[in-house]
Write a protein that binds this ligand. Structure first.
Ligand code: CAA
Length: 285
């Protein structure tokens, strides 16, 4: 198993920033790469904010917070990832940009570095096929919000080596997560179940003529969900959910996986959920 001293996180949106936060809190030197330094600084600000909240709530000391913040280096230059032992990709959920990034990582990183993708619905094997050493590619699928959700799915692609899989698993444990091992099937474990279920929830809105607030109350109070489905899709991002269900639909062809029209219309109108300030509900940005 590879020893992980330095980690790269590529893409510092909601998921990447959450993963980078976990890494620095676990004491790991972390390079966070964004397209521009301005976007990187924004993510750094969000991470600093959540760490400050932990100090205010007494779950982190001020000194631990300072040390964690200091472990994060923000860059826009991919060559700064060259000496990382593990790189976790969390960029846009589209196959071609991910394949291009992995090809670049193969050129830049040491041959023994493990390359992980946080893809939620694309094939890890298809991403790995972009490089000549697919054995070092593994899926490390975190859940939103990454700092709070315990699970990480460690996904074995067609050619993943045991070493890459076990390195991902051990690193998940080091981040304080509960990792599980699974194969590279569409949606892996959780999204294979959760995405069609969320689509059903959205369709029930119109079928049962129920408001989003009442549907959320129903699923919290009647099914024990910690968060209602509308609140959850707003958290994940309407655009992210539509893209994920499209990816699963194209692989599995189940009618339930076709994106609900209501979500497509919201996406097209720019109602993306929390990140845009409005989805099913409204939020302070
Ligand atoms: N990053 C870091 N820290 C965060 C955060 C984030 N995104 N969001 C919140 N926090 C911190 C905050 O500091 C917050 O405290 P303050 O509001 O006081 O600052 C603290 O965490 C605790 O937050 P909450 O009090 O809101 O915590 P909670 O007890 O209500 O639980 C929850 C929140 C864990 C998210 C819970 O509501 C839950 O389990 N919801 C379901 C989430 C879920 O199902 N996620 C999976 C989505 S599907 C997916 O991710 C798959 C995919 O591929 C797209």
């Amino acid at each position: 198993m590879a020893e992980i001293r330095k980690v790269g996180v590529v893409g510092l949106g909601a998921m990447g920033a959450g993963i980078a936060q976990l890494c620095v809190e676990a004491g790991v030197e972390t390079v966070g790469r964004e397209v521009t330094l301005e976007l990187g600084a924004r993510a750094q600000g969000r991470i600093a904010h959540f760490l400050t909240r932990k100090v205010e709530k007494g779950t982190l000391t001020q000194a631990e917070r300072e040390a964690a913040v200091a472990r994060l280096v923000i860059t826009a230059d991919p060559s700064d990832l060259a000496d990382c032992d593990l790189v976790i990709e969390a960029i846009v959920e589209e196959l071609e940009p991910k394949r291009a990034l992995f090809a670049e990582l193969e050129r830049l990183c040491r041959p023994d570095a493990v390359l992980a993708t946080n893809t939620s619905a694309l094939s890890v094997s298809a991403i790995a096929a972009a490089i000549s050493s697919p054995e070092r590619v593994v899926g490390m699928h975190f859940f939103n919000p990454a700092p709070l959700m315990p699970l990480v799915e460690i996904v074995r692609a067609e050619k993943s080596s045991d070493e890459a899989v076990e390195t991902g698993f051990a690193f998940g444990l080091r981040l304080g997560k509960t990792p599980i091992r699974c194969h590279d099937t569409p949606g892996f474990v959780v999204n294979r179940v959760l995405i069609p279920l969320l689509n059903d929830c959205i369709r029930v809105l119109d079928e049962a003529n129920v408001t989003p607030a009442d549907l959320d109350t129903a699923m919290r109070g009647g099914a024990g969900w910690p968060m209602g489905p509308c609140e959850l899709v707003d958290l994940v991002g309407i655009d992210v959910h539509v893209r994920a269900t499209e990816a699963l639909h194209s692989q599995l062809h189940e009618p339930r996986l076709a994106p609900p029209e209501r979500l497509v219309a919201m996406r097209d109108a720019g109602l993306l959920g929390r990140k845009s300030g409005r989805g099913f509900f409204t939020y302070d940005k």
